[in-house]
Design a protein around this ligand. Structure first.
Ligand SMILES: Cc1ncc(COP(=O)(O)O)c(C=O)c1O
Length: 389
């Protein structure tokens, strides 16, 4: 039986069209873009082309794009880069973020707390939507940065980033706004102008591109300083010889994702809604987590918890049945802590231990979803009877 992959929020299989573009650049333009001779200049040209494509898709200028090693580095660079630049200008040292951010944001802000900054972690409601009144109360004259994700990786909740940015700037015009758009890229309009974001993070591997490549959008004139030192690459904002083929892969993945967004969205919504409405019908005691309807939720994302089942056991049983699924964030798989996202949403920690996330992709078929819908009820009822409930 063939494997079924329902964990596209963790990573996505590389698109052959992306691999072709990368192969071409890797084999033909392998020079160091900083070298002055022909090989270097050809590589520089390939890098410039990739940058122009990414910038165009974001409605940005090429100089506003900094290539990184992925979403985590983009988040770290954004938060540390803005926080230190703001503090150096004497603007304060208070950071506002939400309780449901990815650990790439949360752990970076926690680290800054060890380095003299203060932080407010905004609460969310039961669907994972940030509390805007709490935001308004939190932002003050000392606040230098707001970091709010465009969409959540565990429950797919879409945050009101533009509204949050407006509220924060109304309280303090000097606040820099960062949005982690790693999950939202390719699924919704993440134009920084539209979101009101000065800084925006994207990772290629969530949109059928290569792992280990991403970008940070840095709006012109945003207070920002490098956090990685060495050569003067990326206009002194990110040292290190550039990953030219990776940048070409990211540019191709973004171009395809942007072009195919309407078709991919319709396909994902159709399959995801079958999970959203089909699973609670087939499995009593299914608690949907995140927004119950499509309006505030990424189109490919389904998540739930099951009463009286161990989440890890469900995942292992699904794996044995050749279905790859997740409990939520790939980073917390294997950890005994319940998800910080689910607990922030007020879900009981015991129930949060039995969480399941299913994220469909552009190549997921109706037959794949059928097999999940046929397989999962048996697994849950077997585990429940083993547990004596
Ligand atoms: C919302 C979000 N931010 C950041 C990251 C980290 O990105 P990367 O895996 O490219 O380091 C992820 C990865 O799962 C994510 O979902």
């Amino acid at each position: 039986m063939s494997r079924i992959y329902l964990d596209h929020a963790a990573t996505t299989p590389p698109d052959p069209r992306v691999l072709d573009a990368m192969w071409e650049v890797y084999t033909r333009y392998w020079g160091n873009p900083s070298s002055i001779y022909l090989e270097g200049q050809e590589a520089r040209h390939a890098l410039d082309e990739a940058r122009a494509v990414c910038a165009g898709l974001l409605g940005a200028a090429p100089r506003e794009i900094v290539f990184t090693s992925g979403g985590t580095e983009a988040d770290n660079a954004a938060i540390r880069g803005a926080a230190f630049a703001q503090r150096a200008r004497g603007r304060g040292a208070h950071i506002v973020t939400t309780q449901v951010e990815h650990h790439a944001v949360l752990h970076t802000v926690e680290q800054l707390e060890c380095e003299g900054f203060t932080a407010t972690y905004l609460p969310v409601d039961s669907e994972g939507v940030v509390d805007l009144a709490a935001l308004e109360a939190a932002v003050g004259p000392e606040t230098v940065l707001l970091s709010i994700m465009a969409a959540n990786n565990e429950v797919g909740t879409i945050q009101p980033v533009a509204e949050a940015a407006r509220i924060a700037r109304a309280r303090n015009p000097a606040v820099v706004v960062h949005s982690d758009a790693v999950q939202a890229a390719g699924a919704m309009d993440i134009t920084p102008q539209l979101l009101g974001a000065d800084l925006l993070s994207i990772a290629a591997h969530k949109i059928y591109g290569p792992r280990g490549v991403g970008l940070l959008y840095v709006r012109a004139r945003t207070p920002f300083q490098a956090t990685m030192f060495g050569g003067g690459q990326e206009k002194e904002r990110r040292a290190g010889t550039e990953n030219v083929a990776g940048a070409a892969g990211l540019a191709t993945a973004m171009k395809l994702a942007w072009e195919e967004m309407p078709a991919r969205t319709e396909h994902a919504l159709h399959l995801r809604n079958r999970l959203l409405y089909g699973l609670p019908e087939r499995i009593p005691g299914t608690v949907i987590t995140g927004p119950p309807g499509p309006a505030r939720r990424l189109p490919n994302s389904f998540s739930c918890c099951f009463h009286n089942v161990e989440g890890e056991s469900v995942l292992l049983a699904l794996d044995l049945a050749d279905i790859a699924a997740s409990s939520g964030s790939a980073c917390t798989t294997g950890s005994m802590e319940p998800s910080h996202v689910l607990t922030a949403m007020g879900i009981d920690p015991d129930l949060a231990h039995a969480s399941l996330r299913l994220t469909v992709g552009k190549d997921t078929s109706g037959a794949d979803v059928d097999r999940l819908l046929e397989t999962l009820p048996g697994i849950v009822s077997r585990l429940r009877s083993l547990a004596g409930s």
